[in-house]
Design a binder for this molecule. Structure first.
Ligand SMILES: [Mg+2]
Length: 176
């Protein structure tokens, strides 16, 4: 099953501090959680003004979010994750489970990128997001919209899977 993901986070060199995470599943279910462990002293003014006011304030620890995500994807043997410029989102997402090696074994180690797919298709203008932005669930819903837009242009390519591990025939290891 596909999952469209988005996160909000505080970034600074060597740290991506997850604020919130949203997922929309292909079957229509939605997941949203906020971290209770955010170091707000590191947030810049933009984040304080644009992200923080949209939070519901019901934070969970990162570990609790990781277990809630396992439950959300429970029974799905082949999850496929899609994000929009998801490099930072994916790191923040993975860290909810530990290191890359500690992802649930059936999770791919790669998040597929809507933007990269758009570039492959000639970089068409994607649908504009209506309403509020910089809320992880609202942004995840838009990511699904953007995927659907591209899937109308190239239906088969929308069904690609993220298979294999970064280090083949290995469950991980320290060499990167
Ligand atoms: Mg966002």
């Amino acid at each position: 099953m596909k999952y469209w993901i988005d996160t909000e986070f505080i970034e600074r060199p060597f740290t991506i501090d997850l604020i919130s995470v949203g997922l929309v599943a292909e079957d229509g279910r939605e997941f949203y959680a906020e971290s209770s462990e955010v170091d707000w002293s590191k947030a810049n003014l933009w984040t304080l003004q644009n992200v923080r006011p949209q939070l519901d304030g019901n934070g969970m620890t990162r570990e609790e979010i990781g277990y809630a995500l396992r439950r959300f994807t429970d029974g799905d043997e082949h999850p496929v994750f899609w994000g929009y410029f998801p490099a930072y989102d994916w790191v923040a997402f993975i860290w909810l489970f530990g290191n890359m090696d500690e992802l649930p074994f059936h999770y791919p180690q790669l998040c597929l990128d809507i933007k990269q797919w758009a570039i492959e298709l000639g970089d068409p203008e994607l649908p504009h997001q209506q309403g509020a932005r910089h809320h992880a669930l609202l942004d995840a819903r838009w990511t699904r919209e953007a995927w659907a837009f591209l899937a109308r242009l190239a239906p088969a390519a929308g069904e690609r899977r993220a298979l294999g591990r970064k280090i083949p025939n290995s469950s991980g290891g320290q060499s990167k």
